[in-house]
Each structure stands twice: as C-alpha cells, then as structure tokens.
Design a binder for this molecule. Structure first.
Ligand SMILES: [Cu+2]
Length: 157
C-alpha cells in the first residue's frame, strides 16, 4: 500500500505541474496552505459570523479560493468589507486570489469568509473545520479556532 500511495502522489504532482487539475474535486491543494485561521464567536441569538485566516501560496501560479463550506453552517460566502464614505459595507466576491509565491490575509474590515445559518452557537475555544475549494478544483481543509471579538463594528446582514 505504501508503494501505491506514493505512486498516486507522484501522479498528482505531475498533473499539477503539467496542466491545471481537472475538476475532480477533493484532491488536497499541493501549493496553498492556511495559517492563523479563526472564527468570530457567534453573538447571542445570532447565526451569522465570519472566518479569518492567512492563505499562503508556495506555487509559481496564482490560485483563487472560489468556494467555502463547513459542517457547522448552512452557507459560506466569500466577502469583502470596504469603507464607503463614513461607514463600512460588505459585499460578496466571486473569488479571493492568493498570489503566486505570496499570501493574502482575511481579516476583520477586509476580506473574510461569511458564515450563514450557523447550526449551534460557536463559543471561544472551539475547533471548527472549514473546507476551501480552489480554482483548480483542489481543496484546502482549514482547522480554525473560535475566538471572542469584543466591540464588533459595522453592518450585519
Ligand atoms: Cu461578510
């Protein structure tokens, strides 16, 4: 079994180097990793929150996050928050690019992953797993930690 898993790993690597991966879905990304992922504690009585993280791309080609999902919530959307005159507003974006040999930070007041329909309250300290799908069809599993965030500002959907 060692030998066959080594071989399939080598095949995956070859495919990634030679051409964009076909959208067969669940292969882990070979170039994009995530660190410092966290989710804002759900405020009392709310089922909406957001996730933040740093995405790093070790590859020579830019990659984009095109989809996010989690078992703990019904719908995840990629969002961007921007200053709009005196106030902040946020809107969905189609993709979040992770530059080649670079990184992108998702943080309060900027890009984030919005979580709708959170199935049960998320309390500080809990571990939550998210799955990001990239534009090459590969996925990144993200272990995130729930954190309290006092003094929340800005629009709420
Ligand atoms: Cu949002």
């Amino acid at each position: 079994m060692m030998r066959s898993s080594f071989l399939s790993g080598a095949l995956l690597l070859t495919a990634a180097v030679c051409a964009p991966l076909p959208a067969f879905g669940q292969a882990a990304s070979t170039t994009v990793t995530v660190r410092d992922a966290w989710i804002r504690e759900t405020p009392a009585g709310r089922t909406v929150t957001a996730a933040f993280m740093v995405l790093e791309n070790a590859g020579a080609a830019a990659r984009s996050v095109v989809k996010a999902s989690a078992e703990v919530a019904e719908t995840l959307e990629l969002h961007e928050m921007k200053r709009d005159g005196a106030s902040m507003s946020m809107s969905p974006v189609k993709a979040i690019e992770v530059p080649a040999k670079g990184n992108v930070e998702l943080r309060p007041g900027g890009l984030h992953v919005m979580m709708f329909g959170v199935r049960k309250p998320l309390a500080a300290g809990e571990a939550v797993s998210l799955v990001l799908t990239l534009d090459d069809g590969s996925v990144v599993t993200v272990p995130a930690r729930v954190r309290a965030m006092p003094g929340m500002q800005g629009p709420r959907p």
